[in-house]
Design a protein around this ligand. Structure first.
Ligand code: NDP
Length: 451
């Protein structure tokens, strides 16, 4: 067996109940096959087997009290995967589906994504199976405080710097940071995604959605295309989706869809600036369901379906797809329907939103396909910029941060494109992203010896 196949087999055998982690390892490892020949030193140092094992995995109890005085218990996780090129860095996810396998898949992806940003950040991820939906602000605060009561001892501005992810937005980061500050008695850049009044960076809330749009624009440019007049499908209705809508509108595209975990809305007239403001208020302030959009604006609502099911079932034509909800939301049938309906470009705002079979469809049909670890790296890159500003005790302007974000997204695109071409796989951004991210981390691991 090859080194790569051995590693995949060992991961499956060691942790048989972590399918999302297997999927992420398989996707990365298979595309690293050409590096085995080119870098015998990586094989000799057993980098391939070492890189799939987290540096440290922390699982902890999170007891908290609800509004009625009942004592509740959730499970907390932090997987510190790899700090070869910088402090551990990666978001926290609060969602009932969270388990160790999901956090490991996200942490593993984060290693290569962070390496691509050009900034010195290692890979980590964490979270809990706590569901913030339907909870009062007081309950969310007490949960966040209980979560930080354990997490604080494992993190630090030069050790591990968490951020948000699904279910962890500005409100949760405020509660988490406030409690860290209280018990550690220090005001430091230990979390990113902070509010502007206490150490946040301008553009951080917008960064992932803006970044995925910038990345898609770069891919389109390789075929002399752009967003102008294009019909764009976006899934999700959270942080990433909201700012992807805003940036697509600015670039001249028309967004026709959004979804949450209950339903999908289709608005063929386009979700313009005013409608986008409505979604931000609905989701971030009133914490309502996306189906309420249809009460306000002429549109269709499909209960219990995600965007990609609706596009397939209704035969809706779109030019560009930006999946921004969750993992494995696009299966092979939906991918085939997207391509059949005219889609020329898929850029992933979410982490691993396309199944391996769906990716194969996009690649076989030779449409532009930007994997999440490259296309959505703008979020963590801007978190890196927030860390820099915190260290320097400075605040850059909106324009400055946005300019840096654009430069970073351009450079990620370029390195993915060039590496893919160098390995004889022109236009294959999966190969480009995985090899570029891996090589940087592997070289650092090699330099350290066996640690
Ligand atoms: P949010 O919690 O802000 O939004 C997630 C959205 O996706 C919500 O509208 C949610 O619906 C919807 N959703 C979740 N699960 C499903 C599902 N099974 N079917 C349909 N819709 C679903 O999270 P983010 O926007 O921050 O994150 C979205 C994705 O982007 C994730 O994959 C995340 O890992 C990735 N990402 C986020 C970054 C960031 O900076 N925030 C950075 C890089 C990647 P509901 O309201 O019902 O829960």
């Amino acid at each position: 067996m090859s080194v790569i196949k051995d590693v995949i087999a060992k991961v499956k055998q060691t942790d048989p109940y972590q399918p999302e982690f297997h999927q992420a390892v398989e996707e990365v490892m298979e595309s690293l096959e050409p590096t085995v020949k080119k870098h015998p030193e990586f094989v000799k140092a057993n980098i391939y087997e070492r890189i799939v094992e987290p540096e440290r995995t922390i699982i902890f109890r999170v007891p908290w009290v609800d509004d009625k005085g009942n004592i509740k218990v959730n499970r907390g996780f932090r997987v510190q995967f790899n700090n070869a090129i910088g402090p551990f860095k990666g978001g926290l996810r609060f969602h009932p589906s969270v388990n160790l396998g999901i956090i490991k898949f996200l942490g593993f992806e984060q290693i290569f994504k962070n390496a691509l940003t050009t900034l010195p950040m290692g890979g980590a991820k964490g979270g809990s199976d706590f569901d913030p939906k339907g909870k009062s602000d007081g309950e969310v605060m007490r949960f966040c405080q209980a979560f930080m009561r354990e997490l604080f001892r494992h993190i630090g501005s030069d050790v591990d710097v968490p951020a948000g992810d699904i279910g962890v937005g500005g409100r949760e980061i405020g509660f988490l940071y406030g409690y860290y500050k209280k018990i550690c008695n220090e005001h430091t850049g230990v979390l990113t995604g902070k509010g502007m009044s206490y150490g946040g960076s301008l553009i951080r809330p917008e960064a992932t959605g803006y970044g995925v749009t910038y990345f898609a624009a770069e891919m389109l440019a390789t075929r002399n295309l752009n967003f102008k007049g294009k019909k764009v499908a976006i899934s999700g209705a959270g942080n990433v989706a909201q700012y992807a809508v805003e940036k697509v509108n600015q670039m001249g595209g028309k967004v026709i869809s959004l979804c949450d975990s209950s339903s999908t809305i289709i608005d063929e007239a386009g979700i313009d600036g005013k409608k986008c403001d409505y979604v931000l208020d609905l989701k971030n302030v009133r914490r309502g369901r996306i189906s309420e959009y249809t009460n306000e604006y002429k549109s269709l609502c499909y209960e219990g379906k995600n965007v990609w099911d609706v596009i397939r079932e209704q035969g809706i034509k779109v030019d560009i797809a930006l999946p921004c909800a969750t993992q494995n939301e696009i299966n092979d049938k939906n991918a085939a329907a997207l391509v059949k309906n005219g889609c020329i470009c898929v850029a992933e705002g979410a982490n691993m939103p396309s199944t391996p079979e769906a990716i194969k469809v996009f690649q076989d049909k030779k449409i532009l396909y930007g994997p999440g670890k490259a296309a959505n790296a703008g979020g963590v890159a801007t978190s890196g910029l927030e860390m820099s500003q915190n260290s320097m005790r400075l605040l850059w302007t909106r324009e400055e941060v946005d300019k840096r974000l654009q430069i970073i997204m351009k450079s990620i695109h370029q390195v993915c494109y060039e590496i893919a071409e160098a390995y004889g796989k022109k236009g294959d951004y999966v190969t480009g992203a995985n090899i570029a991210g891996f090589t940087k981390v592997a070289e650092s691991m090699l330099a350290y010896g066996v640690v």
